[in-house]
Design a protein around this ligand. Sequence first.
Ligand code: SAH
Length: 348
Amino acid sequence: MESSNKVILKNLTHDELRDYIESIGEKKFRANQIFSWMYKNAITFDDMKNISGDLKRKLSEVADIGNIEQEACFESKIDGTKKYLFLLPDGNIIETVMMDYSDRVTVCISSQVGCRMGCDFCASTKEGLIRNLEPWEILDQILKVEKDIGKRVSNIVMMGSGEPLDNFENTKRFLKLVNEEEGLNIGYRHITLSTCGIVPKMYELADMQLPINLAISLHSPFDEKRKEIMPVAKSFKIEEIIKAAKYLISKTNRRVTFEYSLIKGVNDSKKEADEIAKLLKGMLCHVNIIPINKIEESNYEKPDKSFIYKFRDELESKGINATIRNSRGSDIGGACGQLRRKYKKNLI
Ligand code: SAH
């Protein structure tokens, strides 16, 4: 590809950009201007008004800003949630979701094209992992949403396609970039990273001592059942995951979330609720119940509403803080990764 040898400027921190601009024989203050333009959503060097023509030409020979392109956007008539399909430079497509609550705007971003974790109920994993996203491709989802809605994004959830801890180096760089003061400046406390429980990386994340929110996909308190629905459970036992979560809490003092996708007749009985309560007793955590979103490729169904409430009440009665995630944008493409799959199959 033409741009493959070029430095992608959105991959660089502010300091790194200053060094880079100096290395091509320019004054450091130029880097401040360029950095600021990138985060004001300049798409081309020509959009950078106070940069000289000479520098624009020089930059376009050696560098790219790094842009993903909006391929499609679907807006929910129910709650204004927007789901985007973005086109990457190599032709791959990823999915991003924007939820506008009046006091905050949350964006759900993807970290990989596809996923290799293989969870039975998840559409993102059905074709396996296609590739990791580069840090700038993770970041640019937020910038392109801001451009589209004309508003600042306040919160990030890494809950789109992909397993962020399976693309950890790029995720770490993304976390640094998104926190840059002169850039998006989104504080770690406003970022949630969701993992299916890759234990060694959870320790690494804990040792970074970032005050981000960690969400862990539990989906069953029993290893055997978990293995049936999440192949990654064959590598890491629940006991190990809980130990790693406790270590992270000791390092960050942040409350951990356990995600629990509730599937009718599979993981929704009192037996499960009792065991979760035993497992999580006394931990700085809460359980977020996600009634399963049906996908074409599996027969799993949502439990009836009364069952969902009963499950939550069961946990609450045992002293476990539990909430039910209310599904947004249900009229525009359902669960994680489903929109992209349907789009690729020309079904929408
Ligand atoms: N790889 C990360 C992020 C996945 S998406 C992880 O495993 O945590 C965020 C959450 O949505 C995870 O808990 C995931 O298991 C869950 N999820 C995926 N597909 C779903 C579906 N169809 N219905 C309900 N929850 C789903």
